[in-house]
Design a protein around this ligand. Structure first.
Ligand SMILES: [Cu+2]
Length: 167
């Protein structure tokens, strides 16, 4: 009977160890998720250009910062304020501006990607209601690795550093 008691004891210890290991793993995973959401990818200066109330599409701009050692690819953006959002780039060829749809947008390690008028932008289609300067619009950004980040875009008439006369 003594050998049986010893076995039970050993099982109890290993189960406790196992629980500690599982808890540690969960905590580490949580820490990693928080780090990704808060530090690895940051969104700055997110804004939407104000448009007439009947505008079928609006444009959103921001600066994406990748503070991690791995390349990140933005693959999707969604918002309760719009029916569809696509990633676009405006490029000028021989004086003619053209928009290209991008299925994904890579941000190099420790680099930033600037979305601005005449360049990268979020094409915000099917607005659910007219937006006014000062409105704050939630947008969720999704990366290829499954990371999601919530951002708030402020509706403005012009970019902060943009002269008012420029279009
Ligand atoms: Cu566009």
């Amino acid at each position: 009977m003594s050998s049986r008691g010893a076995t039970t004891g050993a099982v109890a210890i290993s189960w406790r160890t196992q629980r500690i290991v599982i808890l540690t793993a969960i905590l580490l995973q949580l820490a990693a998720a928080i780090a990704v959401a808060d530090d690895a990818l940051a969104v700055r200066d997110a804004w939407i250009r104000a448009a007439p109330p009947n505008a079928p599409v609006l444009a959103g701009y921001m600066t994406l910062e990748n503070h991690s050692a791995a390349a990140k690819a933005l693959v999707r953006a969604t918002s309760p304020a719009f029916g569809a959002i696509t990633l676009h780039r405006t490029q000028e060829t021989r004086g003619i501006a053209r928009m290209t749809h991008l299925p994904r947008l890579e941000i190099a390690p420790h680099a930033q990607l600037v979305f601005k008028p005449g360049g990268y932008h979020l094409m915000l289609a099917q607005p659910k209601r007219p937006l006014h300067a000062g409105d704050r619009i939630p947008v969720e950004l999704e990366y290829a690795d499954g990371t999601r980040a919530a951002a708030v875009f402020v509706v403005r008439r012009e970019a902060r550093d943009e002269p008012a006369h420029q279009h």
